[in-house]
Design a protein around this ligand. Structure first.
Ligand code: ADP
Ligand code: MG
Length: 220
């Protein structure tokens, strides 16, 4: 069974009379333990694809399955439940709740997935070098710390699929290499990682690179 399966995804956006075909029939299958990198120029559909594959957005055509369970064309509540159970999501920003500390953000994500684990919170904080910042609020964090805290939140529930949209676009080298370490550890554990990236270092970690151009896969 695929960890994540996208079948013939289409997504259109309309502004007035203008139509943008952001996804034009994209199929993508991710196996357990795979790291797949999506690359392509700005506007090629990477973020739209990732959003549709996690159920944050609904495709206009096609469907997505996570671990064999249909995600598309389900109610918002059902999608949210499946998302919390199966996915860790790391966006370029907005990964932390501002009124919660770093530690509380991680714990909250675990609770959403139904997997509270105090020991894992400590281990995660150490693994992203934020043990000393556990009680800090997001506004008190540096850029690199914010990115690492977002990673810890995305990894909180040890998700079957980690989806990261340009996770290293604005981070220092040290943070980038930490991300890479986590992605490799997930591969060893048979967990799947899907990322959109411009970073060569990050794309090189991937088992497969999918190039997007104008909402289509360019290399298959
Ligand atoms: P990428 O992440 O590769 O830069 P996006 O998926 O963000 O590409 O965008 C793909 C295309 O869809 C672009 O032309 C973008 O302008 C358009 N688009 C994305 N989201 C929206 C939206 N919410 N409303 C209108 N157009 C959108
Ligand atoms: Mg994008």
């Amino acid at each position: 069974m695929y960890a994540l399966n996208a079948h013939e995804l289409y997504r259109f956006f309309h502004i007035g009379d203008d139509e943008t075909a952001a996804l034009r029939g994209i199929s993508l299958h991710l196996s357990p333990g795979e790291i797949v990198a999506v690359t392509g120029p700005s506007g090629s559909g990477k973020s739209t694809l990732l959003a549709c594959m996690t159920g944050l957005d609904e495709p206009d055509g096609g469907y997505v399955e996570a671990a064999g369970v249909r995600l598309s064309r389900r109610s918002e509540a059902e999608r949210a439940r499946l998302r919390a159970a199966n996915f860790g999501i790391l966006l370029q920003s907005g990964n932390l709740f501002g009124h919660l500390t770093v530690e509380q953000n991680i714990r909250f994500q675990m609770l959403l997935a139904g997997r509270p684990d105090e020991t894992r919170i400590r281990l995660l904080l150490e693994s992203v070098s934020l043990a000393h910042r556990a009680q800090a609020f997001p506004t008190g964090l540096s850029g690199g710390e914010t990115a690492r805290a977002g990673l810890a939140v995305a990894l909180a529930a040890d998700p079957l699929v980690l989806v990261a949209d340009e996770p290293t676009a604005e981070v220092d080298r040290d943070t980038e290499s930490r991300l890479v370490e986590h992605f490799k550890a997930r591969r060893e554990a048979g967990l799947t990682t899907l990322l959109a990236t411009h970073s060569k270092a990050l794309a090189q970690t991937a088992d497969r690179i999918i190039r997007l151009k104008d909402g289509r896969i360019d290399n298959e």
